[in-house]
Design a binder for this molecule. Structure first.
Ligand SMILES: Cc1ncc(COP(=O)(O)OP(=O)(O)O)c(N)n1
Ligand SMILES: Cc1ncsc1CCOP(=O)(O)O
Ligand SMILES: [Mg+2]
Length: 521
């Protein structure tokens, strides 16, 4: 037999504390399936063995504290990058887990599992190891003030991200939730109680608000940044384990080193995928099923600052027929007659050194020349002037989105392009349904100081898979890279320096048009 040495890929480890659900629909089984699909190695630490089926929870058997202790000790030998927790079964476990997490220098994603989706309370407020609870006990539990108060004082201050659903947020904060504002207040309260960040999940229906019912809206806040993620509610019964899946996907994304804002978007996408692909066994309810790192626009939520906004109110014109192709980004109108006759159909005017009358004159002149040459002209930054002077379109960065009147741009009939660099920004751009989305930087660039790690071809291909929007690649693209970029299937290739700093820009642009045409996917 020939032995082949295979170089194994490294999978980040998520140390996962949760209950075992013997029906395999939630708890550790869901955590392991979700994390595995996202490229993570799970170190599963059992807090309880629950006896449950699709009809409900029959018994919760918390593991003995020595059993939990020995698992924590052994599992921590692995180089885990994140801790994820689900069911913490009793007061003793709160003490043990606090003692464990406070020593760990890694993020902790805590899903405060208080009830099963069938309604039974899953934890006990007794302190010791009388561990078995049958159905009648579970249904007749007294209010769990002790558990909640110890959870809040001992655990909350150590939690990096807490992911309650609305009922759990109500139980933890003691405040009712009837509308978007209540959700935002509950999040503020959880932050004030010590959590570093919070996602209040909106999967459960809430009768008072039609928007809550037609859309699944989750709210994130870390005190610095707050946003809503909205996805159309899917009509499925196969939604068991959604909470575990969300927290597991979030923990996985953090373990893969995504920043928290992107990790929340990725988790929302993963759960939407899981709901689409959920399965049943001819029973009332089956589990969600996350099968791969999310890479489909159908799973992408809309990201907005307000929960109460007119979803689906935006739709910008298609700017990709005929195909955009080479997309020079230039600083003066005089480039337009030089480039347009070479087969360049789309140009951006990006002026950074003019103001007042000279700026207005430059934009006016660019619009006139673009019209003469039948060229689609996007104006960078100056959306008001673009509307006033009648440009074809506007290109906006993320900071511009904070202040621009997007409705006015749409009403004026202009096309809209938006810059993005990550999941958070792509989800934000998606809420405007722009004419194109730009992804960058693909490679390191000298034309702009940027804090972003370049996507490279792999990252660009990922965004090509995700997005059905016309996709523009930008950043560091030059002669040696343009063919590979075109092969990813992007619709437009934007460039500054490779054209504007070339010795013979016309020759270079003509070559690039040909290279794009011969290499496009
Ligand atoms: C096609 C395209 N993509 C991205 C950018 C960057 O735009 P923005 O984020 O507004 O930054 P500045 O260009 O204003 O520095 C772009 N201009 N074009
Ligand atoms: C404005 C901008 N936004 C993302 S990368 C970039 C600069 C692109 O310039 P170049 O094509 O010279 O790398
Ligand atoms: Mg700009």
């Amino acid at each position: 037999m020939i032995k082949v040495k295979i170089k194994s890929p490294v999978r980040p480890v998520v140390l996962t504390l949760a209950g075992n659900d013997c029906s395999g629909m939630a708890g550790l089984a869901m955590d392991i399936r979700t994390q595995t699909a996202l490229g993570i190695h799970t170190a599963p630490v059992t807090t309880a063995n629950t006896a449950q089926s699709h009809t409900g929870v029959d018994a919760v058997n918390a593991v003995d504290n020595r059993v939990l202790e020995s698992q924590l000790k052994a599992a921590s030998a692995l180089p885990f990058a994140v801790i994820k927790s689900g069911l913490i079964a009793n007061l003793q476990q709160i003490t043990q887990i606090k003692a464990f997490v406070e020593k760990q220098p890694v993020p902790w994603v805590c899903d405060p599992v208080l009830k099963a989706s069938s309604g039974e309370q899953l934890h006990d407020s007794a302190s010791a190891n009388d561990n078995t609870f049958n159905k009648s006990v579970l249904n007749n539990r007294q209010p769990n003030d002790d558990y909640l108060s110890r959870f809040k004082t001992e655990l909350l201050p150590h939690i990096s991200v807490i992911t309650p659903n609305r009922d759990e947020a109500v139980a933890l904060t003691g405040q009712p939730i009837k509308n978007h504002q209540d959700v935002e207040h509950a999040a503020e309260k959880l932050l004030a109680m010590g959590a570093q960040s919070v996602v209040i999940k909106g999967g459960h229906r809430l009768s008072q608000s039609p928007q809550f019912n037609n859309w699944c809206q989750d709210y994130f806040s870390d005190g610095n940044k707050s946003f809503w993620l909205s996805s159309k509610r899917l009509d499925t019964v196969n939604s068991r384990g959604t909470g575990c899946a969300f927290a597991s996907a979030l923990a996985s994304a953090l373990a893969l080193e995504y920043p928290i804002y992107d990790a929340v978007v990725i988790a929302k996408m993963a759960v939407h995928q899981g709901l689409r692909l959920g399965y049943g066994h001819d029973l009332a309810q089956g589990p969600v099923s996350i099968q791969a790192f999310p890479d489909k626009q159908i799973d992408l939520p809309c990201l907005t600052s307000q929960g109460d906004f007119a979803l689906e109110s935006f739709k910008f014109t298609d700017c990709n027929s005929p195909a955009m192709g080479l997309y020079p980004v230039v600083d003066r109108a005089s480039w337009i007659p030089r480039l347009a006759p070479l087969g360049v159909s789309t140009i951006q005017l990006r002026v950074k050194d003019l103001a007042d009358e000279p700026l207005i004159d430059e934009i006016k002149s660019a619009i006139k020349l673009a019209k003469q040459h039948n060229c689609r002209l996007f104006i960078n930054d100056y959306w008001q002037l673009a509307i006033k002077l009648g440009a074809y379109g506007v290109h906006l960065g993320q900071e511009d989105l904070d202040t621009a009147d997007i409705e006015a741009i749409q009403k004026a009939g202009l096309a809209l392009g938006i810059s993005t660099h990550c999941h958070y920004e792509v989800a934000r751009a998606h809420s405007y349904q722009p004419s194109y989305i730009a992804c960058g930087p693909v490679y390191p660039t000298d034309s702009k100081v940027m804090p972003w790690i370049p996507h490279d071809l792999q990252g660009l291909s990922y965004w090509r898979r995700v997005l059905n929007y016309p996709l523009t690649a930008i950043g560091g693209i030059n002669r040696s890279r343009i063919a590979d970029v075109a092969k990813t299937g992007v619709d437009a290739i934007a460039m500054i320096s490779a054209i504007t700093q070339a010795d013979d820009p016309e020759q270079v642009a003509a070559d690039f048009v040909k290279l794009i045409n011969t290499n496009k996917a």
